[in-house]
Ligand binder design. Structure first.
Ligand code: TRP
Length: 345
């Protein structure tokens, strides 16, 4: 095997030895500790085991209105945050989705193989058309098809995403199978990788609700760019309940959520946490959680700021990433075009 790797181009060699993962996030807001816990954390772990591609999905972002300068800035912000959170651009392929035109090109072919009803069933579409009732555009409707293109273009085996993306993954699998069946085997049918324990971080203000980057109440969300003071204050004001003991139970979602945050930022198990705070009250517990999050977020934020202060280097990193991504994307699209019946010169 080692000998074979030596004589094959990098891409081929990696395909032989490693499976592929791909994921992406929209550059629509600052990233939250919830996105770290639910997604980024897994990306960082998986990148060594898999051939990993991570993109910033700016094409998806314009399904809701974006201010151009803001979108441009946020796209680089998110790329920098990927790196700050532990994605190593020398190990993983990091790129901006719109830089690989094959995503849009494959999406068109897949559009023509997707039923109207399939898209209408998507719960995220229904939710977003309700929250953006003044701009229910066709892009919002076909959003999951573009996501399928992102994934199938690289023949990803595994797609680490949050639970809310399961339905989109299901559509992606159906489209892959449909194309393979209608033409001939072309796409890998991807599996979702959805973490179970300790993945879901809830709002600090309404702990029955998922923590969201777009929550109107900013006390509800911890951002990875938050200052130490902001973090301490948000945790202190986090909604708990009238209980007194630190126990992990669904009946007390506020305390359970803080325990999850403590677990994520310290690596301690729930049993260890219960033990540590037995006999202590909410005030001491919140103080410890606040400090744990501060200690965790600070190096990420500082690394992020350093990366963001040197935009040329960041762009060079993304330029390197896109070259590798395009090599792979081009190959797949060529096959797809050929099978579809487009004339090739
Ligand atoms: N729809 C995903 C989300 O909102 C983002 C996304 C776009 C994505 N393309 C993808 C995730 C491809 C994984 C793979 O979270």
């Amino acid at each position: 095997m080692t000998k074979m790797v030596g004589i094959l181009p990098r891409m081929e060699a990696e395909k032989l030895t490693k499976k592929t993962i791909l994921s992406g996030m929209q550059p629509t807001n600052d990233l939250t500790i919830g996105q770290y816990a639910g997604a980024l954390r897994n990306w960082v772990e998986l990148q060594h085991e898999y051939e990993a591609l991570f993109c910033v999905v700016d094409l998806h972002a314009i399904t809701v209105r974006q201010e151009p300068a803001e979108l441009r800035k946020r796209t680089l912000d998110v790329a920098a945050m990927y790196i700050a959170a532990g994605i190593d651009p020398d190990v993983s392929t990091l790129f901006i989705q719109s830089h690989v035109p094959e995503h849009s090109q494959l999406a068109w072919v897949l559009n023509c193989m997707t039923g109207f009803g399939e898209c209408s069933r998507m719960t995220q579409f229904k939710d977003k058309s309700a929250t953006h009732a003044d701009n229910v555009n066709v892009g919002l409707f076909t959003y999951p098809i573009l996501m399928a293109a992102d994934i199938l273009l690289y023949n990803a085996d595994l797609v680490p995403v949050g639970e809310d993306q399961r339905q989109h993954l299901e559509l992606t699998r159906n489209l892959a199978e449909r194309f393979n069946h209608h033409y001939s085997p072309t796409f890998t049918v991807p599996e979702p990788f959805i973490p179970k324990v300790g993945a879901k971080i809830m709002s600090l203000q309404e702990p029955e609700k998922k923590m969201s980057k777009s929550d109107a109440n900013e006390k509800a969300t911890i951002f990875l760019v938050d200052t130490d003071e902001a973090i301490r204050s948000k945790v202190k004001r986090a909604v708990t309940d009238s209980g007194t003991t630190i126990e992990y139970t669904e009946k007390r979602p506020g305390v359970a959520n803080l325990m999850t945050l403590y677990h994520i930022t310290t690596g301690k198990t729930y049993a260890e946490i219960e033990q540590e705070f037995s006999g202590l009250g909410y005030a001491e517990f919140k103080e410890a959680v606040g400090e744990a999050i501060v200690a965790f977020v600070r190096p990420v934020r500082e690394k992020y700021q350093a990366l963001r202060a040197d935009e040329e280097t960041l762009k060079a990193t993304l330029r390197k990433g896109v070259e590798h991504a395009r090599d792979r994307a081009r190959k797949t699209l060529r096959k797809v075009y050929k099978k579809t019946g487009f004339v090739e010169f």
